[in-house]
Ligand binder design. Structure first.
Ligand SMILES: C[S@@+](CC[C@H](N)C(=O)[O-])C[C@H]1O[C@@H](n2cnc3c(N)ncnc32)[C@H](O)[C@@H]1O
Length: 323
């Protein structure tokens, strides 16, 4: 044990200041997920190997050393894509152990990949590893993946944003060792009413979180909640209920980890209004007379709904869009 910070800790702390120096020059040299020099931090997706991106698959297939996020990366994926690689489970290892391990393998000429569950950008603690590696002279970059709340929405056959139901999405986690009580904002998000609240890292604390919601006057105890355990895995399970009763149901099922908790009306997929995007035909009425904001918000909304740039406001509306 040392009294002061270790070299690696100091490196990470120093790297945390980098925003003051502006963007890394590589930001404009590469597109997202493009193969780059160094160690890729790959989003493995929620579990099903079919939900790994093509770029992620190419990189994992070639790897000699795969450092993975333990039980959250499915064994099916590791068996399918990493049969010939050395596998290292990162759970329980600190940066002082992981960074030299990846650095040394990279410097020996081995192909190293870091596999995070879902997408590394969401509760992945990827950046501190990337910064620590770069301080050691080893470049690293990110290949995105499908985050578990997206997989849970797919399982539930719903959307996280849903016209007339949920206009916003919050990715959040409950209070605990990492998050102080005053920084737990689940109650505020749910109280807003038109937010789908996606709770990561909260399977063990569903009852606690719901008890706190029940204490808030602004939260309807009948607000729908869906808990998706191991979304996309063979043993995937779905528990549905309300703020009032989901805690007991999850406890009865015995799940303590690896579930996504979605709170809000969108979890049911019910009650939405058809979007302006598919106006005339789907609604059987004039697009301007439809339920969405075609007339009130002007061309910029129309452009959003049609997935076009602002300058394309006159383009046909029935193009790919998220709404
Ligand atoms: C450390 S966070 C990592 C999140 C990950 N980076 C992502 O984008 O999904 C782990 C939490 O993600 C959620 N999670 C990860 N994989 C999941 C899955 N297949 N099904 C449901 N929830 C999952 C659980 O809430 C778990 O506690």
């Amino acid at each position: 044990m040392t009294d002061g910070p270790t070299d690696s800790e100091s490196s990470v702390d120093a790297a945390g200041d980098r925003s003051e120096g502006g963007l890394d020059p590589r930001v404009r040299e590469h597109t997202a997920g493009e193969e780059q020099e160094g160690i890729p931090f790959i989003g493995a997706g929620p579990g099903d190997p079919g939900l790994l991106t093509l770029r992620g698959k190419e990189l994992v297939d070639e790897a000699d050393l795969v450092v993975h996020a333990g039980s959250l990366v499915s064994s099916a994926l590791l068996e399918e894509h990493c049969a010939d690689a050395e596998l290292v489970n990162s759970v329980g290892k600190d940066l002082e152990e992981l960074v030299p391990l990846m650095r040394d393998a990279h410097e020996e000429g081995r192909t190293v990949v870091r596999l995070h569950s879902g997408d590394p950008a969401v509760y992945g603690a990827a950046l501190e590893q990337i910064d620590a590696l770069e301080r050691e002279g080893v470049p690293a970059y990110v290949v995105p993946g499908v985050t578990s709340s997206f997989a849970a929405a797919a399982t539930l056959r719903t959307q996280l944003t849903l016209n007339g139901v949920a206009n916003h999405v919050a990715f959040t986690r409950p209070r605990g060792k990492t998050l102080d009580a005053e920084d737990d904002h689940i109650g505020e998000f749910v109280e807003m009413g038109d937010v789908t609240t996606c709770i990561y890292l909260g399977t063990h604390a569903v009852s606690d979180a719901m008890d706190r919601l029940l204490d808030r006057e602004g939260v309807d105890p009948e607000t729908p909640v869906a808990v998706v355990y191991h979304a996309s895995w063979d043993d995937e399970d779905v528990i549905t209920g309300t703020v009032a009763d989901i805690g007991g149901k999850v406890e009865a099922a015995g799940y303590r980890a690896s579930a996504m908790v979605l709170i809000g009306e969108a979890a049911t997929g019910a009650g939405y209004e058809r979007s302006y995007l598919y106006g005339d035909w789907a609604n059987g009425e004039s697009a301007n007379g439809g339920s969405a904001d075609a007339t009130s918000d002007g061309p910029s909304d129309a452009a959003d709904a049609g997935g076009a740039d602002a300058g394309d406001a006159a383009a046909p509306t029935n193009t790919e869009a998220d709404d």
